[in-house]
Design a protein around this ligand. Sequence first.
Ligand code: 5GP
Ligand code: ZN
Length: 119
Amino acid sequence: MSTHDHADPNCIFCKIVAGQIPSKKVFEDEELLAFHDINPWAPVHILIIPKRHIPSMAEISDADAPLLGRMTALGTRLMKELGVTGGFRHVINTGRDGGQEVYHLHLHVMGGPRPWLKG
Ligand code: 5GP
Ligand code: ZN
């Protein structure tokens, strides 16, 4: 099965995975893609997404534990690689009340010296 089998043609992050919308990529492998947020809250603000279209954390089950583990560990590694030394935040927003705007699962990882714009 290819990583694009579950793409949603109306999803902005699926379009980024497919290269139809440009992004500032920081990491890519078969399963994951990481890129800079277009509207950063912090000096360093990246998004880590599964290439497979999963709408949100509301659709996650035990079987996805390895995927989520890889996403969180990649966040830590990328903060180091991007020169963040003073700490960082991992954040996932879920659903309307969770403040989710893009319905393709994404992990925000934010760091760099404060003050930040938000968060
Ligand atoms: P949410 O509120 O869903 O957790 O966060 C969505 C995030 O995606 C926001 O921080 C927003 O700035 C970012 N975003 C939305 N559209 C794009 C885009 O086309 N490119 C990039 N790089 N980030 C985007
Ligand atoms: Zn998608």
